[in-house]
Design a protein around this ligand. Structure first.
Ligand SMILES: [Zn+2]
Length: 365
């Protein structure tokens, strides 16, 4: 049996809550972390029909991409669809968990599904985030160097691109004098002790700091472990907005747009003037992606596939790129499949069902 906290822990391992944007509200929105999970329904939006579907299918958890509650509520009445959904979910003991911009900001999230559907290869984050990495410096007595560095690496530190266990070490001498209450691993209390140590440095994603420090303290022989943590300004290639990749073979622009329409099942692709160039490099951003247009141009993408562009935004393509607005729902619809797959893999005894309700509020004539 699994409880909601187990599911939340797993989803936060895939897409840590720290990675969500400041305006977002990802995480457990309604529910009790100790509830035992019956079945899970995965949806893009939590609407009343989706809650009805959950009740019908015996699902007491809805995992949705878009959070049901975005901002503060002053009243909950029957006067709008959001409130009615909240009331219905609470009355029926249905938990609601949102995995939104934190899922947009990881390599294997929302954009990875779009990339897979349209056949992009060699994908990387279009706008990697800064200040997501930290550096650890610590000082280890020579005899314990292997054990301590291994523990820190096993906690998740030391990954750069395709490399693991990356670090740097330099030799030096550490000194300390313990007081009467101390119990030094080397030397005696009240005596100045000098020990041959290795200064060890490595990097880690900011969200695993607690894990890394706890592994360090556990493996290190000293009573008082000296260490420094520094925040880095480096861009972190594994976290950020949008994605850019290449098609296996170049395509003619109109053929590419038609492929988009078909693969994403959208009622219309709104696009900017074609440039008469083949399409090979493609930037994508599920949902509203106007803020990444300049990144897409700078990355040398031929087309930017996204949604929610306004009239004036289209002018900014400026013949430097072709913008293809495929619709918000259409660009993110496959997120459900990915989430359901992830949940099934981790919790094989739980049925993770994909909502059959089309929550797209936009219809095409
Ligand atoms: Zn969205």
């Amino acid at each position: 049996m699994n409880i909601i906290q187990d599911l939340a822990d797993y989803l936060e391992q895939i897409a840590p809550l720290d990675l969500q944007e400041s305006y977002d509200n990802s995480g457990l929105i309604i529910g009790n972390t100790n509830w035992i999970i019956k079945n899970v329904l995965v949806a893009l939006d939590v609407t009343e029909p989706v809650i009805d579907e959950a009740i019908e299918l015996g699902c007491n958890v809805i995992v949705s991409h878009h959070p049901l509650i975005f901002k503060g509520l002053k009243r909950i009445s029957d006067q709008n669809h959001l409130d009615r959904g909240l009331i219905k979910a609470i009355k029926n003991d249905i938990a609601i968990y949102a995995i939104h911009t934190n899922y947009d900001n990881v390599l294997h999230g929302v954009n990875a599904m779009i990339a897979e559907k349209i056949g992009l290869e060699n994908c990387s984050i279009l706008d990697p985030k800064r200040k997501m990495l930290k550096k650890l410096y610590t000082f280890i007595p020579v005899a314990h160097y292997d054990k301590v560095s291994k523990a820190v690496f096993e906690a998740g530190a030391g990954h750069i691109g395709n490399y693991s266990e990356t670090g740097f070490s330099s030799a030096g001498t550490g000194s300390f004098k313990g007081n009467e209450a101390s119990n030094p691993a080397y030397g005696k209390k009240g005596m100045l002790e000098k020990v041959e140590e290795i200064k060890f440095e490595t990097i880690f994603p900011a969200n695993i700091e607690r894990k890394v420090i706890s592994a360090l303290l556990k493996a290190h022989p000293y009573e008082e472990v000296a260490f420094d943590i520094l925040s880095l300004d480096n861009a972190y290639s594994k976290v950020g907005s949008g994605m850019v990749g290449s098609l296996k073979k170049p395509m003619e622009e109109m053929a590419f747009l038609k492929m988009l329409k078909k693969v994403l099942g959208t009622g219309a692709v709104r696009y900017t003037p074609l440039r008469g160039k083949p399409v090979q490099k493609v930037a994508i951003c599920g949902g509203a992606g106007r803020f990444l247009l300049n990144n897409a141009i700078a990355a040398g993408a031929d087309v930017f596939v996204s949604a929610d562009f306004k009239y004036h935004d289209f002018f900014d393509a400026d013949n430097k790129i072709v913008v293809a607005d495929v619709g918000h729902y259409e660009s993110e619809q496959f997120t459900r499949d990915l989430l359901a797959k992830e949940i099934r893999q981790k919790f094989p005894i739980i049925a993770a069902l994909i909502s059959k309700v089309n929550t797209n509020p936009i219809k095409y004539l």
